[in-house]
Design a protein around this ligand. Structure first.
Ligand SMILES: *Cc1c(COP(=O)(O)O)cnc(C)c1O
Length: 505
């Protein structure tokens, strides 16, 4: 008899609290249920030919099994509530519990979007007050509150820009998008029929101003530029860019997902922005990722405001009104059922009011300080993508891995074994083998030092010639390296008994 290796071969297949869990369908026992239902009374069939012929296909489980199943699955997740979540461009920051408490107040949590306006005056006031602060913080005169995420906000902004051009009888076709843009920017422009024209980055990781100007012409509808950009840098030529696009009759859409780096310090309206989405789930700390929905209100300039989507809140004679039909006929229409993400609005307003002006300034200051602390301490072991200081995120390339046989992907997998969610990898595309880290302001120095120690240790290990270790990582996860390409190309989304094993792999 061979002695089982205690590190891998337990009798149960479990490794301590790393408990194996089958799919819920695989635990199915026909006839088992968490509730006692009375026998179905016999009655005359009234469904015509629509009666179901087979089983419903729901797994039969008792309540305790269901609770254990989902609790075990939840423990396989990584969360901002567990540790540093350095995913660049995602602004994974702490969600203050005060916001959660406010959003769960019954008067807010139990609202229904179809209630009469007279019974939801408080909710409309929340939307209106949040709108006021978003306009104040951005220096913009109008805001469309309904978009449900950053990318949805981009769609809102671009539909607004298109409506503004069409109102002038001008069907421009081209949108200038920097090569470093978040993938959602060109995708949004293309999805509504624009031709996306990429603008190269210069060797400072910013938009090449001369190349940008050379691309301008009477068919350019506008530009979509992220600022601070996805290289974690402020676009220093932003005002020249805004002037140039306006001079050519186009509009300036700013991707404001990185507003966290400048909130309380820079007002995008002062930079010449015409439309910009704000990710409430990033800058204003409402949960995201696996933790909840997003919200992407779009602030608009005077020129674009008339084309904003319905509905919107106004101050009427008897309190707040919700405008659901556009009397002037300029609005591009409705973007979404109902009025926006009420729970996110409430959390974001709670965040803004509890921080105050000084607190919000400190948020951006600390976010930039933390990112620069990472960049400065890791610079000697990793290779910074660009010289100089950064904004809210630190960007490295894979030069430090050259000749080691270790790739950015291997490096990220080894971080999982260390108990850290990897940084953003291979993005932005303009940097080879990119590793993008955004610590946010809510990480303490102690937490960052521990993270730095791990990243430094791994970099030294890679340079020390331990490629095989990295290529085999992760070692301690429930599953090791998966065929991610196959999973993306041929996803198995529906459980069928004969595919059970395949899907579980
Ligand atoms: C997060 C992000 C987006 C998209 O926001 P979603 O809410 O995920 O749709 C767009 N641009 C940038 C730069 C981002 O970081």
């Amino acid at each position: 008899m061979t002695t089982p290796n205690p590190l891998t071969n337990t009798i149960s297949g479990n490794r301590g609290l790393q408990i194996e869990e089958p799919l819920i369908f695989e635990m199915d026992a026909p006839g088992r249920s968490g509730v006692d239902l009375p026998a179905i009374p016999t009655h005359k069939e009234r469904l015509g030919g629509m009666k179901r012929k087979g089983e419903v296909g729901l797994p039969g489980l008792g309540e305790s099994q269901v609770v254990r199943h989902y609790t075990k699955l939840s423990q396989k997740n990584y969360a901002i509530d567990m540790s540093v979540y350095p995913l660049g461009s995602c602004t994974m920051k702490h969600n203050p519990r005060l916001n959660e408490k406010i959003a769960r107040l019954p008067g807010i949590a139990d609202l229904h979007p179809m209630q009469p306006v007279s019974t939801v005056q408080g909710a409309l006031e929340i939307i209106d007050t949040l709108a006021h602060w978003l306009k104040t913080l951005t220096g913009m005169p109008a805001v469309a509150m309904s978009p449900a995420a950053g990318a949805h906000g981009e769609l809102c902004g671009m539909l607004t820009i298109r409506a503004a051009h069409l109102a002038k009888g001008d069907a421009r076709k081209r949108i200038l998008v920097p090569e470093s843009a978040h993938g959602t920017n060109p995708a949004t422009a293309a999805s509504i029929g624009y031709d996306v024209d990429p603008v190269p980055a210069d060797d400072r990781g910013r938009v090449d101003l001369a190349a940008f100007k050379a691309k301008l012409g009477p068919d350019v509808a506008g530009t979509m530029i992220t600022n601070p950009n996805t290289c974690g840098l402020f676009e220093n030529d932003i005002i020249d860019i805004a002037d140039a696009i306006h001079g050519a009759g186009g509009y300036f859409y700013c991707d404001g997902a990185n507003f966290n780096a400048i909130v309380g310090r820079v007002r995008p309206g002062d930079l010449g922005v015409d439309a910009m989405h704000i990710n409430l789930h990033k800058t204003f700390s409402t949960p995201h990722g696996g933790g909840g929905p997003g919200a992407g209100p779009v602030v608009l300039s005077e020129a674009l405001a008339p084309y904003a989507p319905i509905p919107y809140v106004t101050h009427g004679k008897n309190g707040f009104d919700l405008v659901e039909h556009d009397a002037s006929g300029t609005s591009f229409g409705r973007l979404k059922g109902f009025h926006g993400q009420m729970g996110m609005f409430t959390r974001a307003l709670s965040y803004i009011l509890s921080h105050g002006a000084d607190g919000l300034r400190q948020v951006s200051g600390d976010a930039v300080l933390n990112a620069n602390y990472l960049q400065a301490t890791l610079r000697s072991d990793l290779t910074a993508a660009f010289p100089g200081t950064c904004m809210h995120e630190a960007l490295f390339n894979d030069d430090f891995l050259e000749g080691t046989g270790v790739t950015t992907l291997d490096f990220a997998k080894a971080m999982i074994d260390e108990g850290y969610h990897p940084m953003t990898m291979y993005f932005p595309l303009v940097v080879h083998g990119a590793l993008l880290m955004e610590p946010t302001e809510t990480e303490s120095k102690i937490g960052l030092d521990r993270y730095i120690e791990v990243v430094q240790g791994l970099a030294r290990r890679a340079k020390g010639g331990d490629a095989a270790y990295f290529q085999g990582a992760p070692y301690h996860t429930p599953r090791r390296r998966l065929d991610e390409t196959l999973a993306a190309r041929q996803p198995i989304l529906r459980w069928k008994p004969e595919q059970a094993k395949k899907a579980a792999e």
